[in-house]
Design a protein. Structure first.
Length: 529
């Protein structure tokens, strides 16, 4: 049974969790994947003219998340997204803390708890990640909290994948012998992001194995856990199957190949992401798993790890892109941070033999939290290009409901190189003068302006026919800017619904029907007569 909580422990836990969230930091709105996953909710909530954007009318892969985004925008305002993510960071810390507390041989002393919090927070602290980028050019601490293939639980801000912290919370609930809550929390992660289905299923299978092998009279508890999980998994699975299932085999196969090999090969192609660093992460996860020996969660994570490994090997042998898009290796987003937590716990248990070191740990937590605040105030993390600001200001002030902006889109060479990195604390890339290469920051165009666009590379649909239409649009925009024969494009642009063209300042399009309506050092905006 779980030992009773002593007076003052909840306050201590909340304070340490808040310090962790402050040390981790988060990106300003709107950043990276938020430009895709907030689109449906903000369009439904009435931000600008987003409801007229083509992608906002596509099938929503995360409807529960979008409903929360819409409600937050309408009733609380955009600040609620930052507050929600701060809360998720605290849930993550508290879940891992509870999991560690349930491990055998872990001391329950204040010195241990503070020392562990300092070590675990250090592995996520923004100030150390910024320092790593400055000194080495690589965000090395990120590898101790992220899974392989560039996948992670937390990330830079509020998005559906951040609700993967519920997987950790589910493990903690199971470790404290609360199978009903464990089943619900584990499945709830899938309610926000369906790509957690394989990982959640393998964890639930592991929980079932433990209960039937170790618990006396496991039937009622297992039934409660299964019932709680099914209440979430069944509707999520049904929605995913019927919404994103194949329209026809040929269309579906082509769309799946585009997603896996053109849009996200760094997540979906093993040959693309498997490098020595990923192998080291898997070794780190194996060490953490070995240190869990004798705990209630060891068999759960062992089953999940074996299932993930077997399915990953099977996917590699098959080369099937649909199989790849189930991300069987995604269980690593749980295994790696849990390993970090367990290794930190074993080190802290040794150091806690000298209680006075607890004050050192407390000082470390305070410094890391202060460093996170400093990173945010100094704006040295999650940097985006400021040269787009005049463009956004103009479009936000002038865009109408029927306006559609054509951006200088280019499909990057995403299939080159190996491995995955975090760019949250690196300077944003810039195109060469006169280049049509779109800076990664212009992906913020939709949400910062509230205006509809023709297409961009970052935000993508998932229904097969819509994927093909997205790919056609991106390729078409790329050809328009590459060919540069703007005098011949008037008819096709009007048929496509384009009303404005955005071009880099160094490559202005020349055609009589294009009227320049905005000019700044980085961009020009042209309106079709």
């Amino acid at each position: 049974m779980t030992p009773p909580t002593r007076p003052g422990r909840p306050l201590e836990a909340l304070l340490l969790a808040a310090a962790f969230a402050a040390a981790h930091t988060q990106a300003p709105l709107y950043y990276s994947n938020q430009n895709q996953y907030l689109l449906h909710g903000l369009a439904a909530g009435g931000l600008g003219h987003l409801r007229h954007d083509w992608l906002a009318t596509a099938a929503d892969p995360t409807p529960v998340f979008s409903a929360l985004v819409m409600a937050g925008y309408q009733y609380l305002g955009e600040w609620s997204y930052q507050a929600a993510y701060f809360a998720l960071l605290m849930v993550y810390f508290l879940g891992v803390r509870a999991l560690v507390a349930a491990l055998p041989g872990i001391p329950d002393t204040r010195a241990f708890r503070v020392l562990w919090a300092a070590g675990f927070t250090a592995a996520h602290a923004a100030v150390l990640r910024v320092a790593s980028v400055g000194l080495c050019g690589v965000d090395y601490p990120w590898y101790f909290q992220a899974g392989v293939a560039g996948q992670y639980l937390l990330g830079p801000g509020l998005q559906p994948s951040a609700f993967g912290v519920l997987l950790v919370a589910g493990l903690a609930a199971f470790a404290h012998r609360r199978p009903g809550l464990a089943g619900f929390l584990t499945a709830a992660a899938c309610g926000f992001h369906a790509t957690y289905l394989p990982a959640a299923a393998s964890l639930l299978v592991g929980m079932g194995v433990v209960m039937f092998r170790s618990d006396a009279n496991p039937g009622p508890a297992a039934f409660r856990g299964l019932l709680a999980a099914s209440a979430v998994l069944v509707p999520v699975g049904a929605y995913t199957l019927f919404t994103f299932g194949p329209a026809d085999p040929v269309t579906f196969a082509k769309a799946q190949q585009i997603l896996a090999e053109v849009r996200i090969p760094h997540h979906a192609v093993i040959d693309r992401w498997l490098d020595p660093v990923a192998a080291a992460q898997l070794g780190w996860a194996a060490v953490g798993l070995a240190l869990l020996w004798g705990s209630r969660v060891f068999p759960v994570l062992l089953v999940a790890a074996v299932v993930g490994l077997v399915l990953s090997v099977a996917q590699y042998e098959s080369g099937n892109p649909t199989f790849a898009l189930t991300f069987p290796w995604r269980i690593s987003v749980v295994l790696v941070p849990v390993a970090t937590a367990v290794i930190a716990a074993r080190v802290a248990a040794v150091l806690a033999r000298w209680p006075q070191l607890g004050w050192v740990g407390l000082g470390g937590v305070v410094l890391l939290a202060a460093g996170g605040v400093g990173v945010t105030v100094a704006r040295v993390g999650y940097r985006t290009g400021e040269d787009e600001a005049p463009l956004y200001d103009f479009v936000r002030a002038t865009a109408g409901p029927k306006d559609v902006y054509l951006l200088p889109v280019r499909i990057p060479a995403v299939q080159t190189g190996k491995g995955s990195v975090s760019t949250s604390f690196t300077p944003p890339p810039r195109p060469d003068p006169g280049s049509n290469l779109i800076p990664v920051d212009l992906q913020r165009f939709r949400l910062h302006t509230g205006a509809a666009i023709y297409a961009d590379f970052k935000a993508v649909p998932y229904r097969d026919r819509e994927v093909l239409e997205w790919h056609r649009r991106v390729r078409q925009a790329e050809r328009w800017f590459d060919d540069g024969e703007w005098k011949e494009y008037e008819t096709v642009l009007r048929i496509a619904g384009v009303t404005h063209v955005v071009a880099p300042a160094g490559s202005p399009p020349e055609a009589d029907y294009l009227v320049e309506v905005h000019r700044d050092p980085a961009y020009r905006v042209y309106r079709l007569r």
